[in-house]
Design a protein around this ligand. Sequence first.
Ligand code: CAA
Length: 260
Amino acid sequence: MQYQILQIAIENGIAVVTISREKALNALNRQTMDELRHFFSETASSIEGLKGVVLTGAGEKAFVAGADITEFQGLSPEQGQALAQRGQDLFFLIEKFSKPVVAAVNGFALGGGCELAMSCHLRIAGEKARFGQPEVNLGLIPGYGGTQRLIQYIGKTKATELLMTADMLGAEEALRLGLVNSVVPAGEEVGKAVELIEKIATKAPVAISKIIETVNAYFAEEVDGFAYEVAAFGQCCATEDFKEGAAAFVEKRKAAFTGK
Ligand code: CAA
């Protein structure tokens, strides 16, 4: 696929993906959603030695200001439902991606943009970042998982208030509520996200993918997370990295993980 909106820079095994529709505050139109889907289902998994993915928005103003509202006008109930389902499917794809995906939130993360950031495993906010679900201003509700993930991150009380009032959270409040992992000066979001992925990349890759799976299992209704953890623990024991990690500890040396 020839990407028209995503700018992808791969350096040292880390893919920095910039959503570049600056004039529309990087709003998620159909093309952007298609490119993100292609990136996570095809491109990312084929990048040799991939350590992780950073998602960010072009310019200084927005990460992503939501789904593209201009594409919403005249949607029938069936079309609206299909659009929300496609969005949710994409965001589950990101949430289930086997390598860490970190959102570097450089500005507005509203509606679908907040939902996109929440589907990433970790979130670094620049000090100018602002988070919110303003769909009720449009006569809508979030459709890409926002009503569910916002509660997962910040709890029912505050999430319900934000969903009903469309109020925005600043970076520091988002940190205090547990929506983001850290706040950095504006312009340092991507660098901090890369640093975080580099740190995670020093750990055993299969174990990291099992962390992603087991954390997701906690929130999956049909899955017993504790049982999932037991099985995943056993699977880790079958890896060469487990043998290497345990041996390195006993031999008082740094482990050399291979991802096998
Ligand atoms: N879709 C399409 N275009 C958008 C957009 C969006 N979500 N957000 C901003 N833009 C466009 C604006 O229309 C404007 O375009 P023009 O220059 O052609 O007029 C440009 O980006 C710059 O925006 P503003 O002039 O509005 O900038 P501002 O600084 O005055 O305000 C803002 C910034 C508060 C983010 C404001 O743009 C805004 O409220 N945007 C909409 C946010 C929103 O409602 N998001 C939710 C969308 S619905 C959704 O996401 C549903 C879902 O869950 C799937």
